[in-house]
Design a protein around this ligand. Structure first.
Ligand code: GLV
Ligand code: MN
Ligand code: MN
Length: 411
């Protein structure tokens, strides 16, 4: 139905990647940083140029609406995120945001008139970098995160409330929540972040379920001291306990024997962090995921047991906090069928799959029928500066997105 202007979209993806705190091609864009705010301003201008009406909520979720002919009906939504973890690439999230914008522009160029409004959502803090848990904006929209998180969640120096207000997003977080039925459907376009589509020569991935993520924060308090003077048998080294817990995490994930179980210890912070000082405190952050909730929770229990045993054996205090433990999401079969139909009509090859990464779609699925469109990315690489999706792959994803949005907005 619509022709995608891939040159404009490619150039926009490039421009956005340059609004970054890392040296190109790496991208770092932490939520509410000055760089994030510059990127938001640039993006809002693009949305306004496309004739979309803008709204922002108290946590910075941004909504850009193309008003339909029956504007009383719940809109159809699409979107993703523009925040990027440290040393990331240019495509995670941004393909769903700028691709969503291009899908809307392409439908407008094709003189399509939506019956339902079509809304592009740019979610705040899909990445957990700053506040420890991901999908902040979509969790608040879906009502799965209590608004008290504004005071409870914090970075090293300030609370979420202080940070969002400093960025100009004021008002009670309780007002962010949307009722179930606020959208008739939600559709997120994203790079696969895994190798299967490219490896199997598929143009499009149609996501049927999103894995269940959980995050643990483990704080170990041992006894510091002089690296030369304290004798080895007398030590209670907080880092060595952390190292054992990290290895136990790997063992717990592998023990299921299932490829869908994964666990990562991606943060290890030592105090005081001097080469000639025994670490007295260590903070680990552990990410555990599975498509099966029972199996995922079993891994969490094994890690918690390892924390207790290691603490006792090493004479250190180990505190485990569950930052989040979310259920998996199942995509809406009717939208999955519409995406499948769009692929067939366009002569694109496709595969149905699960998403091992989490996305804002995980939480949007709690308030709206939801599905996801994946496109291949080179080598399945993501969360790295060499993340790359070819323009042809992006254009196909946006075409399928536009076709499916058109069908959903006509319903
Ligand atoms: C999202 O970035 C994830 O970690 O899956
Ligand atoms: Mn990511
Ligand atoms: Mn993402």
């Amino acid at each position: 139905m619509s022709d995608i202007d891939i040159d404009t979209l490619t150039s926009e993806l490039h421009t956005l990647s340059t609004i970054s705190d890392a040296v190109a091609p790496a991208v770092t864009r932490i939520v509410f940083s000055e760089t994030d705010l510059r990127a938001r301003t640039w993006l809002k201008q693009r949305c306004e140029q496309a004739g979309l009406a803008l709204r922002e909520d108290a946590c910075g979720n941004t909504f850009a609406r193309w008003t339909g002919s029956d504007s009383d009906l719940p809109p159809v939504a699409t979107g993703s995120h523009i925040d990027a973890i440290p040393n990331a690439g240019a495509y995670d999230g941004t393909v769903g945001v700028l691709g969503g914008l291009e899908a809307i522009r392409a439908l407008r160029r094709a003189q399509f008139t939506p019956r339902r409004s079509v809304e592009l959502i740019i979610f705040t803090a899909e990445e957990p970098t700053r506040f420890g848990i991901g999908c902040l904006g979509s969790r608040l929209l879906a009502g799965t995160l209590d608004p008290s998180a504004g005071q409870r969640l914090r970075d090293a120096d300030a609370t979420l409330d202080q940070r969002r207000e400093g960025a100009g997003f004021t008002g009670p977080l309780a007002g962010v929540r949307l009722p179930a039925g606020a959208y008739s459907a939600f559709l997120e376009l994203h790079i696969e972040q895994g190798p299967l589509l490219e490896r199997n020569g598929h143009d499009i991935g149609i996501v049927e379920a999103i894995a269940a993520p959980a995050t643990l924060r483990v704080v170990i308090n041992g006894v510091g001291g002089h690296a030369g003077a304290v004798l080895m048998p007398d030590r209670h080294d907080a880092f060595l306990a952390a190292a054992e817990i990290a290895l136990a995490t790997e063992a717990a994930a592998k023990s299921t024997g299932i490829v869908d179980t994964v666990a990562t210890c991606g943060v290890c912070e030592l105090f005081p962090g001097a080469v000639n000082s025994i670490p007295s405190r260590t903070r680990l952050e552990i990410d555990v995921r599975d498509i099966d909730l029972t199996r995922r929770d079993h891994v969490l229990t094994r890690i918690a047991d390892a924390c207790q045993t290691t603490g006792a054996q090493r004479g250190v205090d180990v505190q485990v906090e569950r930052l989040n433990a979310d259920p998996p999401a199942h995509c809406d079969p009717a939208i999955v069928d519409l995406i499948t139909d769009a692929c067939r009509r366009r002569g694109l090859s496709y595969a149905r799959m699960i998403s091992r990464a989490y996305h804002d779609a995980l939480f949007m699925s709690q308030i709206a029928p939801t599905a996801m469109i994946f496109i291949p990315c080179r080598g399945g690489v993501s969360h790295r500066p060499d993340e790359y999706a070819p323009p042809t792959a992006i254009a196909r994803g946006v075409e399928v997105l536009a076709d499916t949005l058109a069908r959903l907005s006509a319903q």
